[in-house]
Design a binder for this molecule. Structure first.
Ligand code: KG4
Ligand code: ZN
Length: 337
C-alpha cells in the first residue's frame, strides 16, 4: 500500500510517500525558518500563506523523489490537528482534493499520534511502552498500549519544553527556532556555573512546568551584572538552562516507568533531536534497566513520514476511521482519544 502523508500543522510544509508502513520512499520538508526567524517565533498568518505557496510544490517533489505517480497512491494521511488552524486547513484541503479526485480513502491524523508512532518508521517497538512527546507545542507523557490506544499520564501546565528553548534563545538575542541554537551554545558552556530551578510539582505528579525556569533565566539575564557569578557567559546560561530541562524530563520518564510498571521508553518530538537529552535519557534508562529509543532527528521534528506512518497503522487497525470527505474538519485543539 502506498500512502501519501501531508503535514502542515505549524511551520513545516511536508509530504512523504511510505510503502507498506515501513519503506520510506520520500520525505520532503519545506521549513519556514527564513520566514519566521526574525520574529523570534512563528507568525500564524505568515505560516498559512507560506503553506499555500509551497504545498503543491512539496507534494510534487515527494512523488518525484519517490518515483511514484499520483494515481498509484492508495491512501492519503493528513494532519487534522492540533496546530495553527490556518496552516492545518491548507494541508487538509489539499488532501481532500487529491482523495476526491483519485477516489481513494483519506485518513485524518492527530499530529501527536504522528510523533508517538514516528519510531515505527525505523523500528517495531513492542507494546506497551512509555512515550514522551517533547516539542514546541507539547510536553506530554503517554502510556502507549497499542496503535490507537494512548493514555495520557502527564502534560505541561504552562510552556512546552521546546517553547522554553525558543524563548530562552530569544532572551539571549538568538533567532527562532531556539532549540538547536541553545544546544550548540551549551556545548561551549559550563552547566554547573549556575543551577537554574527545576519544577517537579506535587509528589508523584507526571505533569511539567517550565515557565518558572524561563522566568528565572530572564531574571538572571536582567540582573547578570549584580550577581556574584556576574561573568556567566551566554553559553553558560544556555548550558545551565538545558541541564535543568533535561534533568526534569529524565526524572519524569523514570517515574512514569515505575508508576506503570513498564521498561520500554520512546522519546520523540522536536526537542528529542537534542543530543544532551538523548544521552541523558539513555544513561538514566540504562541505570534503571530500561530500554530507550529515539526516532532519527529528522523524524523527531515535524515531518510527513510520521503522519503517513500513523495513517497507515490507523487505516489498517481501524478501517472504519476513513474520513468522510465532506465532513472532515481540522481542529486547532484536537486531543488524542
Ligand atoms: O516537533 P516540532 O518540530 O514542532 C512541534 O510540533 O512543536 O518541534 C519544534 C520544537 C521547537 O521548539 C525547537 O526549538 C525544538 O523543537 N527543537 C529543539 C532541537 N531541535 C528542535 N530543542 C532542543 N534541542 C534541539 N536540538
Ligand atoms: Zn510536532
Amino acid at each position: 500500500m502506498l500512502v501519501l502523508g501531508l503535514e502542515t500543522s505549524c511551520d513545516d510544509t511536508a509530504a512523504a510517500v511510505l510503502h507498506d508502513g515501513k519503506e520510506l520512499l520520500s520525505n520532503i520538508i519545506n521549513d519556514q525558518t527564513s520566514v519566521h526567524s526574525k520574529y523570534g517565533g512563528i507568525v500564524p498568518e505568515l505560516a498559512g500563506r507560506s503553506h499555500i505557496d509551497q504545498i503543491h510544490k512539496v507534494i510534487l517533489q515527494s512523488l518525484k523523489s519517490a518515483q511514484v505517480e499520483l494515481r498509484e497512491i492508495d491512501l492519503i494521511a493528513v494532519t487534522v490537528g492540533p496546530g495553527l488552524i490556518g496552516s492545518l486547513l491548507v494541508g487538509m484541503n489539499a488532501a481532500k482534493g487529491i482523495a476526491y479526485g483519485l477516489g481513494i480513502p483519506l485518513i485524518g491524523v492527530n499530529h501527536l499520534e504522528g510523533h508517538l508512532l514516528a519510531i515505527f518508521l525505523q523500528k517495531k517497538i513492542e507494546f506497551p511502552f512509555i512515550s514522551l512527546v517533547v516539542s514546541g507545542g507539547h510536553t506530554d507523557i503517554y502510556r502507549v498500549n497499542n496503535f490507537g490506544q494512548y493514555k495520557i499520564l502527564g502534560r505541561t501546565r504552562d510552556d512546552a519544553a521546546g517553547e522554553s528553548f525558543d524563548k530562552v534563545a530569544k532572551m539571549l538575542g538568538q533567532k527562532y527556532p531556539g532549540g538547536p541554537i541553545i544546544e550548540k551554545m551549551a556545548m561551549d558552556g559550563n552547566s554547573e556555573a549556575h543551577k537554574f530551578p527545576r519544577a517537579y510539582l506535587e509528589k508523584g505528579s507526571l505533569d511539567f512546568s517550565f515557565s518558572g525556569l524561563k522566568t528565572s533565566v530572564k531574571t538572571y539575564i536582567n540582573k547578570r551584572q549584580t550577581y556574584k557569578q556576574g561573568d556567566l557567559t551566554d553559553n553558560d546560561i544556555a548550558a545551565g538552562f538545558q541541564d535543568a530541562v533535561v534533568e526534569v524530563l529524565c526524572k519524569k520518564i523514570i517515574m512514569a516507568c515505575e508508576k506503570e510498571g513498564l521498561t520500554r521508553v520512546v522519546v520523540t518530538g522536536g526537542v528529542a533531536a537534542n543530543g544532551s537529552l538523548r544521552k541523558a535519557v539513555e544513561s538514566v534508562c540504562d541505570r534503571s534497566g530500561f530500554k530507550s529509543w529515539f526516532p532519527a532527528p529528522v523524524f523527531c521534528t515535524d515531518n510527513a513520514a510520521m503522519i503517513a506512518c500513523a495513517g497507515y497503522h490507523k487505516f489498517n487497525s481501524f478501517p472504519e476511521s476513513k474520513a468522510d470527505l465532506l465532513n472532515l474538519d481540522a481542529s486547532a485543539s484536537l486531543v488524542i482519544d
